[in-house]
Design a protein around this ligand. Structure first.
Ligand code: SF4
Length: 355
């Protein structure tokens, strides 16, 4: 029997609005980032930095992933659709990024690797080269207007939006050139723009980002907004009409369908999508995780709830677990004071308590 221990860096799988059933890897382990966005839901920032270091050493993270994979195999559970590298801060700050991508490919062969990044370090050719190892890159760029960028992303003083945009363009050019060689892998690029009402939803920003998308020609543009208040009270969602207008405009420029996605560190919207995905899962014949040991389920629930508040149904769906087993473990964790629950949109959302 595989011994269940806690997980510090591996979390989920969670249902990601943009990627589907995604196993998350936290490359920071604490709140270290090159930005301090007003909408960030990861909690108060500990360190604002551009310094690359092995914040979580590859060997430590991969040993945990290996343990997770052994438990998955023992339970006969389906593989996640994607492994996403992100976490409590900016993942490209971890200098072990290439070793981590290589390790994920070795441990979970055939599962695509995605990197969620704020793109701040893409100004560095070395970082771009490392990111080209991924199957999917999801950079965010919220504003090309310097004053708005300062307000929404509150980035390290060494950063400016033009340099970041140039870094993303350089990556795409290189990736496209590689893609012409049929033996090389072309990294798909999904750009994300998060709109905060009255901050970066200006016409000027829309025009600048439209011109940028026209040059970049990403594989997809996700224009999103907050699904609940961000870290700062001033961070408010834009209205649906504004969101629709931006999506239409940017899709036209990039000659693609701008998507209704959701930032992966934000809560899934209570739109009834869980029910439809559950039905789809049954149609696909996905096996439920009924044979996972309760200790393993407990460890996975805690790791997942430390990154994102979720309902019992969302947890059961993402972890391929039996709803009754999830409810039992949630009740036990609530009783032990390890998690908290609160109501939103008429549903109970669970979240890990910080120690
Ligand atoms: S939203 Fe992302 S980039 Fe912004 S502070 Fe949070 S972790 Fe950093």
């Amino acid at each position: 029997m595989v011994q269940a221990q806690g997980y510090r860096y591996v979390f989920g799988p969670v249902m990601s609005g943009r990627l589907g059933r995604s196993l998350g890897l936290d490359l920071l382990g604490r709140r270290v980032c090159s930005m301090n966005c007003v909408y960030c839901e990861s909690g108060p920032l500990e360190q604002l930095t551009l310094a690359r270091r092995a914040y979580v050493p590859a060997a430590e993270l991969l040993a945990e992933l290996e343990r997770w994979e052994a438990a998955r195999q023992a339970a006969g559970e389906a593989l996640p659709k994607v492994v996403s590298l992100g976490g409590l801060g900016e993942p490209t700050l971890n200098s072990d990024l290439p070793a981590i991508i290589d390790g994920v490919r070795r441990l979970l062969p055939g599962v695509p690797v995605a990197v969620l990044t704020n793109a701040s370090l893409m100004t560095d050719p070395q970082v771009r080269q490392e990111l080209a190892k991924a199957d999917m890159l999801l950079p965010s760029l919220d504003s090309l207007v310097p004053e708005e960028f300062a307000l929404v992303n509150r980035a390290h003083p060494g950063l400016n939006p033009k340099d970041i945009a140039d870094g993303i363009l350089a990556f795409q050019e290189h990736s496209r050139a590689l893609g012409k060689d049929s033996r090389a892998r072309h990294t798909k690029l999904f750009l994300e723009i998060l709109l905060v009402a009255g901050v970066n939803d200006s016409e000027r920003n829309l025009e600048l980002l439209a011109a940028f998308c026209n040059r970049l020609q990403p594989d997809r543009v996700d224009v999103v907004t907050l699904s609940r208040p961000g870290t700062e009270a001033l961070a408010r969602a834009v209205d649906p009409a504004t969101l629709a207008r931006w999506r239409e405009r940017l899709a036209g420029q990039a000659n693609l369908a701008a998507q209704a996605g959701e930032r992966d560190n934000t809560r899934e919207r209570a739109e009834g999508t869980v029910g439809s995905r559950l039905a789809q899962r049954e149609k696909n014949g996905h096996k439920q995780n009924g044979s996972v040991q309760p200790e393993e389920l407990r460890a996975r629930l805690l790791a997942s709830l430390a990154r994102r508040p979720q309902t019992g149904a969302q947890l059961a769906e993402a972890l391929l677990a039996d709803q009754g087993a999830v409810s039992t473990v949630l009740a036990e964790l609530l009783g032990a004071g390890r998690i908290a629950v609160r109501q939103q949109d008429g549903q109970d959302y669970y979240q890990a308590r910080t120690e």
